[in-house]
Unconditional design. Structure first.
Lengths: 144, 151
């Protein structure tokens, strides 16, 4: 691999890590426009929940907004395994999330799992074209 | 982490960055395969002669097969989560060293046991074998182990 190609690979991996950080941040801050910008126009997502199989940026954001809009969420991604191949890439991230409703005594959930994703280079930047979330474990409790 | 004898770090800085990235992904793969119970793929993260120590549990093993057999044997029913953070990776040619901060959870309630949440450091050594990095030494020391589900 040429020097330029090797540097480009490192930059692409870094860019995809930043993309996913932006996904988590805009999700938890409920910045829906910014979150939509993370996905390709034809993105396909599957959160392994009933009705979560969505195609297209608008449908994806509509689902996420309806699901977590009224809730307080924290999402963290760890240990990305990112493989770049030209203008596409694949990645796996370990995930932790915490979700709670507004009322004391309401449900609280902590989850652990993996994001399995595909990315596409769109001009000068990367976007998520496929996202599938699988869960290892979900702890449920009551908000103190 | 001390640097080995004024070591000649990889002369090519780009290669060094690529090696660090690959070693970070190796640890991601180790944790993913462990938690998803992908035992064959987990084996590929180790060198043939890996040394694997977890003193808190009395585990001290040598060789890829011994390590995979142990993990396959003790964790089949447990639900586990392993997250590794803040890697300090130092590459020197075809070997490397690293330290990771680890949070883990092992839930054995499905088999009448308990839930343990641990905080530890993993000191590792890596070796490049046929162009791929593998874990050659794995030494896990705990800061703290909590019993019970997360409050």
């Amino acid at each position: 691999m040429s020097t330029d190609a090797r540097v480009q690979r490192l930059l692409d991996i870094e860019e995809i890590k930043r993309l996913k950080a932006r996904y988590f941040r805009s999700l938890d801050l409920k910045d829906w426009d910014d979150l939509g910008d993370v996905f390709t126009e034809d993105a396909h997502v599957d959160y392994s929940l009933p009705g979560s199989n969505r195609v297209g940026r608008a449908a994806v954001i509509e689902f996420i907004r309806a699901k977590v809009g009224p809730l307080r969420t924290v999402h963290h991604g760890h240990m990305p395994e990112i493989e770049v191949s030209g203008d596409t890439a694949r990645g796996v991230w370990a995930m932790f999330d915490m979700v709670e409703g507004p009322e004391v005594g309401g449900p609280v959930m902590r989850g652990y799992g993996h994001y399995h994703e595909e990315y596409v280079r769109d001009g000068a930047r990367w976007r998520i074209s496929r996202l599938r979330l699988t869960r290892l474990r979900t702890d449920r409790g009551v908000k103190p | 982490m001390s640097r080995a004898k004024g070591a000649s770090l990889s002369a090519d800085p780009i290669q060094r960055l690529l090696d660090i990235e690959e070693i970070q992904q190796l640890m991601g793969r180790y944790c993913r395969c462990l938690d998803l119970k992908l035992w064959d793929e987990l084996g590929e993260t180790f060198s043939e002669d890996v040394a694997f120590d977890i003193p808190a549990t009395g585990v001290k093993l040598a060789g890829r097969k011994a390590v995979v057999d142990l993990l396959r044997g003790v964790l089949p029913k447990a639900v586990t989560v392993h997250h590794a953070h803040m890697p300090e990776i130092e590459v020197d040619g075809d070997t490397a060293r690293g330290v990771w901060a680890i949070c883990d959870m092992v839930d054995r309630t499905g088999e009448g046991g308990s839930i343990k949440r641990g905080y530890s450091h993993c000191r590792e050594q890596y070796v490049r074998v046929d162009g791929s990095w593998r874990i050659k030494r794995f030494d896990l020391t705990f800061l703290r182990i909590d019993q019970g589900a997360q409050p």
